[in-house]
Design a protein around this ligand. Structure first.
Ligand code: GDP
Length: 424
């Protein structure tokens, strides 16, 4: 059975925790898109980890972790991440890398920085991990697939072509140092040696696993609103964040995907630029940021303070619909226990009209939140294991949101740990 864990919003919904938890009953966990630009934070018996490239299943002995063809693979970061977890006592994970995954090149990272510099105030707030230049090259058909590292003649010729092309931009657009052909080739030889032990045709491996009735978990990065087609374009990421794309980015037939767990956080947070209708500011935002997540709402990769807001039913209803949600995992509910009253965004007012359908970006920028205020529960809810044992106002909050978004909340997360979960 194939399942996906994806985000309904802007990312940072707590997918890492839910994947880590669901990985207990999975055989294979696959990353299918994105790169080392975002991260998951996972707390387990080995400690606290920020993963950027490795799937969240790497902490179990019984799972295989796959870097799918859809991923932007940064080879040195992957290798360092494996080392960083084994150094902390986690048993060496079983990792496979698709021979069709493409490689984030050192110049992708530089181009990302140079372009943000060039754009100045109009920049996208990129994490400068090379992701946009990487996917641009992939779709311009000048990217490097992992398997190409093992064909020396092809590599030599391709490196020459790459330098010819990229150096024109470096010289005339960015006025930066040029790429040296011999150095780039050396780097790719190093990459080849680092990645060689992991490379295989992962789609064959997964097909075999499907035939053997294994449980496969597709692990998404970011959320619906960062999808390049359906998100807040252009303030989006460069690869699809939607569960159906998981089948493509992993190499699995689409009809095998049976369960889509969409993770929604009990309040909103976002990083980077772009419209954020239910955003809050000042002391109110600072307090939620400080209390949020597990030790504050700051980027797992960048350490940047996240933008904060109330739960957004409009964005989340859309976020769940576009994912093809079968189950909603509602996370970080414990954090809201300090509030007397909790506002929730139930509509967008755009040019005097109220809508509950998530609009295109130009309209989104004009949207003002329509808030409904619910009563807080003023109580610590960590440690509670049964839904009925949650305070009444907490259940009312969950049920109100479930009604508004129109998808069943089957899991409520009330703490960062693996066991902090209430099934309904
Ligand atoms: P992801 O990228 O979607 O995996 O999300 P992040 O890792 O950026 O953010 C989730 C943060 O919230 C992490 O620090 C988690 O440990 C933490 N977290 C996840 N679920 C819960 C929860 O139910 N309660 C609390 N307090 N923290 C949670």
């Amino acid at each position: 059975m194939v399942k996906a864990v994806v985000g309904a919003n802007w990312g940072d919904e707590g997918k890492g925790k839910i994947t880590d938890m669901m990985a207990a009953d999975a055989d294979i966990i696959v990353r299918f898109q994105g790169g080392a630009n975002a991260g998951h934070t996972i707390v387990n018996n080995y400690g606290k980890f920020a993963l950027h490239t490795l799937p969240s299943g790497v902490f179990y002995n019984h799972t295989t972790s796959i870097i799918g063809n859809g991923v932007a693979l940064n080879i040195p970061i992957l290798i360092n991440e494996i080392k960083s977890i084994t150094d902390k006592g986690v048993p060496t994970p079983h990792i496979l890398v698709s021979d069709r995954a493409q490689i984030v090149m050192p110049y992708h990272i530089l181009f990302d920085q140079y372009e943000e510099e060039r754009l100045g105030k109009a920049s996208f707030g990129s994490t400068k991990s090379g992701i946009a230049p990487f996917y641009s090259d992939k779709y311009a058909k000048i990217g490097y697939q992992v398997q190409e590292l093992f064909d020396e003649d092809l590599l030599v010729e391709k490196v020459k072509r790459t330098c010819d092309q990229k150096n024109v931009l470096l010289e005339h657009l960015y006025h930066k140092p040029l790429i040296n052909e011999a150095e780039l080739l050396d780097t790719l030889h190093e990459y080849r040696d680092m990645i060689a032990p992991y490379v295989c045709d992962t789609s064959v491996y997964l097909w075999q696993a499907i035939k053997e009735n294994k449980t496969i978990l597709l692990e998404g990065q970011l959320g619906t609103l960062k999808d390049p087609d359906h998100g807040i374009y252009p303030m989006v990421t460069s690869s699809s964040t939607l569960a159906p794309y998981g089948c493509i980015g992993a190499g699995i037939p689409a009809q095998e995907l049976k369960q889509v767990v969409t993770v929604c956080k009990a309040y909103s947070s976002a990083v980077g630029a772009g419209a954020f209708v239910s955003e809050i500011f000042g002391d109110e935002a600072d307090e939620l940021r400080r209390r949020g997540g597990d030790g504050g709402e700051f980027g797992a990769t960048t350490g940047r303070p996240r933008r904060m807001g109330w739960f957004d039913c409009v964005a989340s209803k859309y976020g769940c619909r576009m994912q093809g949600t079968t189950d909603v995992a509602f996370t970080v509910v414990d954090v809201l226990g300090y509030l007397d009253e909790i506002p929730v965004c139930v509509g967008y007012e755009i040019d005097g009209e109220v809508t509950t359908d998530f609009p295109v970006t130009s309209k989104l920028e004009k949207a003002k939140p329509v808030l409904k205020v619910l009563q807080g529960w003023k109580q610590e809810i960590r440690g509670i294991k049964k839904y009925e044992d949650l305070p009444e106002n907490c259940r009312k909050y969950i049920e109100f949101i479930e009604q508004e978004i129109g998808f069943p909340i089957t899991m409520v997360s009330n703490g960062p740990g693996r066991d902090d979960i209430i099934y309904r």
